[in-house]
Design a protein. Structure first.
Length: 169
């Protein structure tokens, strides 16, 4: 389909690719949820080109990866904090505070991650009266954040790879 002298498909591909790579940047710098942006770009592409059989299959896979990557993020952070000595109830309080912090301060790295780390440290410190052990639990959550970043990056690349197959087949 052409509009004027420009092919509409290429216009959609260029715009989608731009959003996909912006999403990858946001996977690394967690200001906005990068995997969700990659997913939304794929959804927009599917709507623009009317999905098709391959499109629905690829979009389903991209959706599963987005959901899995988003859940994996929290699981890795929580598990590492627990391994470093924080009980599950403390980890749960920290993760709930991350959600509330993201709502109050809608910048995830400040409202979410830093709030979770601060609350985890404070609750552990008040609970065990030992700042060093509280810092160890907080370090565990930070290590989980690092692993989550690596896995989110890989998942984002796979999502983009699936979209590339969809766009060029």
């Amino acid at each position: 389909m052409t509009v004027g002298s420009f092919n509409l498909t290429w216009d959609v591909i260029i715009k989608t690719a731009t959003l996909l790579f912006m999403g990858m940047g946001l996977v690394v710098i967690p200001i906005l949820p990068g995997l969700v942006i990659i997913w939304a770009a794929a959804l927009g592409y599917g709507i623009a080109v009317k999905f098709g059989t391959l499109g629905w299959i690829m979009f389903a896979l991209i959706s599963v990866l987005m959901l899995g990557g988003s859940i994996l993020d929290n699981v890795l952070m929580s598990t590492q904090a627990h391994r470093e000595g924080a009980p599950w109830w403390v980890v749960t309080i920290a993760m709930v505070s991350a959600i509330l912090g993201s709502i109050i301060v809608p910048i995830p790295i400040i409202g979410g991650i830093l709030t979770a780390l601060l609350v985890l440290f404070l609750v552990q410190w008040f609970r065990i009266k030992n700042a060093r052990m509280a810092l160890t639990s907080m370090r565990g959550m930070l290590i989980g954040c690092g692993w989550a970043l690596i896995f989110r990056f890989i998942i984002g690349l796979v999502m983009i790879g699936l979209w590339l197959i969809w766009a060029w087949v």
